[in-house]
Design a protein around this ligand. Sequence first.
Ligand SMILES: *Cc1c(COP(=O)(O)O)cnc(C)c1O
Length: 434
Amino acid sequence: MSEFVSKNLAVNEKGHLTIGGMDTVELAKEYGTPLYVMDEDLIREHCRSFRRSMEKYYDGAGLVCYASKAFCCKEMCRIAKEEGIGLDVVSAGELYTAAGVDFPMDKVCYHGNNKTDFELCMALKYKVGRIIVDNIFELERLNELAAEAGVKARIMYRIKPGIDAHTHDFVKTGQIDSKFGFALETGEAFEAVKRALSMEHIEFVGVHCHIGSQIFDIAPFAEAAEVMLCFIEKIKKELNYEIRELNLGGGFGIKYTEEDTPVPYENYMEHVSKRVKELCKEKGIKQPFILIEPGRSIVAPAGITLYTVGGIKEIPNIRTYVSIDGGMGDNPRYALYKSAYDFVAANKADRDKDSVVTIAGRCCESGDLLGEGVSVQTLEPGDTLAVLATGAYNYSMSSNYNRVPKPPVLMISDKKVKIAVKRETLEDIIRNDE
Ligand SMILES: *Cc1c(COP(=O)(O)O)cnc(C)c1O
């Protein structure tokens, strides 16, 4: 039996898969399927390891902000609040969720490439710590709205640092073509800083970049920090303005399958801090306050999804479809990106993975699959199938396509179950219908 991709998973004496010490077959029986199960203790451990790395390597002169788009509900905001980390939001809905647990708003970053007036006003009303401004139109609008509200907006700029680390081999080209942020190469970012500094209702505190997602190398983060510090130096020299904050975004990789090789989360801050300190000394600029924004890496390894196997269709010499009671509605990532996952028959997790099948969802779409040609124990109708490392971008990306109610989210801590999100009912499905 090979090891699982997440360390909170194991097999018990019945041969059942466990998460945080709880029998997943029992959970599926009690709460029904599809079912999201998250290990709260592991989420907290990840929050702490990022926070600790900021303290240990950067003297605590920074803030870890959890990117809530990865998984957002009140319980997750409560956990972030209790762990003393900040929160990234990208919509009124995420901000409202944070407000619902009295999240300290000075630790909130508001992102997005097209915030509405309603959202900008809401961010001002709640006094969020930093609004990450994406473009000049938004800057002008925010200045007007802040004037109307009689306040000053604290902002950072989203910068395209010209580093694309979406793949293993990061390249320094092509990034001008992104819908996010101000370009450095064209002078757009520099002109925008001049404009912000001239505005009465804008307090310009820093610059932000986010170079991609599911990144396994440390080098692109250090490289991005270097590009950003050069810009900070240029602003200091040419505009005599010292930028105080540097936000390096998220994107730290996690293990979805055996092929993924993430580095320990502490290593990012260790390397980046060292580089930032060196460069600041070299350039004669003040060490900026640093923000990082892990999303996936905090929640993905902590979650699994449990399904019940239905019909199995063997097409001779072609493939075998195993149908489950969920799919793209609760996990659109395979349909969107062909994302790879690890599959385990939860009720026979001690057996060998001796079959190769295609996992089919229940929606009326041929593309509603969770994996093709995946290795798993031989499945039969009624088995409980676990998909691993689904804690990020699953519940948060779920939909009601085909009017299928969304599954609930359970949080496991110290072998106790908390319902973080209730299962949707059929009544919920028609709630807004007139
Ligand atoms: C999505 C996003 C993150 C988090 O990315 P992960 O890959 O989940 O760590 C952080 N910052 C910004 C601005 C983002 O858009």
